[in-house]
Design a protein around this ligand. Structure first.
Ligand code: GAL
Length: 463
């Protein structure tokens, strides 16, 4: 048995827009995702999150299923426009009541809630009135929203995540344009990333100043990163792989753990990169109690000159390659998930090592890892052996990291159930519970039963 340390956190994760539905109920205001999904042609099959898993009405059933599977922790996000319909101003008591009831239900079932304040569903009013994350005033507005959440839920929430994957907001929303607000710019992603970092810092500041001393919770941010392996042993490829990781994860983690943007980003992006004031820097530096990581895949990296860059499919998470002078590729022998993401568990082990080393041994929590597969129901069951293999590989890599002394403290599987996968709509199934989107019925897949055993045993059976 590959045992994990006592107290290791095992959970699953979701996000508000992907599972809640009830987009116009309970006093909720519209979010940028509500309007984006209603633009013809933006989402696969014209799907929307209007109803999705209908978790807003079925949350009790969902929590009961978590408890039945023996899951110990659950990461979910708050829909900002459910709490503040216009993004600021007077809180919506129905929205607060919904999350309060969800939290109580989780606690009644012995499940520890981990809350993300922002998983991309920005109140539409803030986009229309202020240009959303391009506006420097957003940091203060997010601080106020965060404060309302700490005030209302902080007595029961001890694990806070300010932002989910600011990289995706900046790159997919402002460079690739496949997520709202659907823009394609070479400059805006850096501005948006900058304002997101400042917003994170403001939320942490108010938590530490007013709430943490009493509520005694912990706060961090979740960043996403794939592993980047040099294609060859040449110095140039090694440097390119390092550069790729700095552009992916260092972009957000360096200001938090090292006090400023990476040198290579400052050099390559030059005048397009905003600079932090001394006050911003002071607030950002050290602003995380744990290192939240979402990890899904790996790619090879080779150095190339700027004019020879080959754009990769947006879902290969290249980022703004023009600024990085590198190409990404894969090994023919690597297996692919339904997202086209390569299954490379050793990449997870290497990334954890890179974080441990670069950021001075922080406590790390994997806040998402999982895979999309073409699951189907046969005789009432979903036999997702491929997902079990995937999880076995990645959780095994986590175990290797723990054995090597890396302070990995938790693992959240994406996702608790199949849900609305952003621009890809309902075409991708990431859940360990199957959702029939016609009837709303949940069916635990074979992987749910398998994961339930991992949690129960606090480890993996040797295979
Ligand atoms: C993450 C995101 C999740 C989920 C997952 C699978 O980037 O945080 O919301 O969609 O990817 O693509």
């Amino acid at each position: 048995m590959k045992k994990f340390p006592k107290g290791f956190t095992w959970g699953t994760a979701t996000a508000s827009y992907q599972i809640e539905g009830a987009w116009l109920e309970g006093g909720k205001g519209p979010s940028i995702w509500d309007t984006f999904t209603h633009i013809p042609g933006r989402i696969a099959n014209g799907d929307t999150g209007d109803v999705t898993c209908d978790h807003y009405h079925r949350y009790k059933e969902d929590v009961a299923l978590m408890a039945e599977l023996g899951l110990k922790a659950y990461r979910f996000s708050l829909a900002w426009p459910r709490i503040l319909p216009d993004g600021r101003g007077k809180p919506n008591s129905d929205g607060i009541r919904f999350y309060s009831d969800l939290i109580d239900t989780l606690l009644d079932h012995g499940i520890t809630p981990w809350v993300t304040l922002y998983h991309w569903d920005l109140p539409l009013a803030l986009q229309l009135e202020l240009d959303g994350w391009l506006n420097p005033d957003m940091a203060g507005i997010f601080r106020r929203y965060a404060e309302i959440c700490f005030e209302n839920f902080g007595d029961r929430i001890k694990h806070w995540i300010t932002l989910n994957e600011p990289w995706v907001v900046a790159v997919m929303g402002y460079s690739k344009g496949i997520m709202p607000p659907g823009r394609k710019s070479l400059t805006e992603p850096y501005v948006v990333a900058h304002q997101l970092l400042r917003a994170h810092a403001q939320a942490v500041d108010v938590y530490r100043e007013k709430y943490q001393p009493k509520q005694k919770g912990r706060i961090g941010i979740t960043n996403n990163c794939d592993w980047r392996e040099p294609r060859t042993n040449s110095e140039k490829d090694k440097q390119a792989a390092q550069r790729s990781l700095e552009f992916f994860l260092g972009w957000f983690a360096d200001p938090i753990y090292r006090g400023d943007y990476c040198e290579v980003i400052r050099k390559q992006v030059a005048e397009r990169l905003p600079t932090f004031t001394a006050e911003d820097k002071a607030l950002l530096h050290g602003s995380c109690d744990f290192f939240g990581l979402n990890h899904y895949s790996t790619a090879y990296v080779s150095h190339v000159e700027q004019d020879r860059i080959v754009e990769v499919d947006v879902y290969q998470n290249g980022g703004i390659l023009q600024d990085q002078e590198l190409n990404l590729s894969a090994d023919e022998s690597w297996k692919k998930t339904d997202m086209g993401w390569y299954v490379v568990p050793w990449g997870c082990r290497k990334l954890l090592g890179w974080i441990d080393n670069r950021y001075d041994h922080p406590e790390i929590v994997i806040t998402e890892n999982g895979c999309a597969l073409r699951d189907h129901v046969e005789d009432g069951a979903v036999n997702d052996t491929e997902r079990i293999n995937f999880l076995n590989g990645y959780i095994g890599a986590c175990h290797d990291a723990v054995e090597a002394g890396i302070k990995l403290r938790g693992y959240f599987l994406w996702s608790f159930m199949d849900n609305f996968e952003w621009a890809l709509g309902f075409t991708k199934r990431f859940g360990i519970n199957y959702v029939d989107f016609q009837s709303g019925r949940r069916i635990p897949k074979a992987s749910a039963k398998w994961y339930s055993n991992v949690v129960k045993n606090n480890g993996l059976a040797e295979t």
